[in-house]
Write a protein that binds this ligand. Structure first.
Ligand code: SAM
Length: 132
């Protein structure tokens, strides 16, 4: 399974943990999100200060500790890349999910959809996935 625009990886983690997918690739072009997601799903924790949008005072920040409910099983992979040019051979995935991505790519929706269709066109076992 390929999750395009995976962000901090919550959906990719849930899908990977609740299905029998051998490999779930969570792709996002923001390396920071991918690094945090990778750490958190490997049973590490990540602490971040969250400042509410309208906070007038710096001390309104709240310290959050991010942690996954359980370490991800093997096969959850985080990849930093552009969803328009996913670095996989055509047909590498049997399922492509685009949670909250195509609707934030104005003018590029067709390209993004074409890229995900390319990635998913031919059904092949996920074991044959090759990362570029
Ligand atoms: C609105 S967020 C959604 C994040 C996550 N899927 C969710 O549902 O919470 C959009 C995500 O898409 C990523 N993104 C936007 N354009 C992208 C692109 N061209 N390639 C890869 N990721 C992209 C952003 O970095 C961000 O993490």
């Amino acid at each position: 399974m390929l999750v395009l625009g995976a962000g901090a990886g919550r959906l990719a983690y849930d899908v990977h943990m609740q299905t029998t997918a051998r490999t779930t690739v969570a792709l996002d072009f923001n390396p920071l999100l991918s690094i945090v997601a990778d750490r958190v799903t490997r049973a590490e924790t990540h602490r971040a200060l969250r400042v509410p949008d309208r906070a007038a005072r710096a001390d309104a920040a709240v310290l959050r500790t991010l942690a996954a409910p359980a370490p991800a099983r093997a096969g959850l992979v985080f990849v930093v890349a552009d969803a328009h040019r996913p670095p996989f051979r055509h047909g590498a995935f049997d399922t492509v999910v685009t949670p909250w991505l195509v609707d934030i790519l104005p003018g590029a929706v067709r390209r993004a959809l074409r890229a995900s269709q390319r990635a998913a066109r031919r059904r092949r076992p996920l074991a044959q996935l090759r990362l570029a």
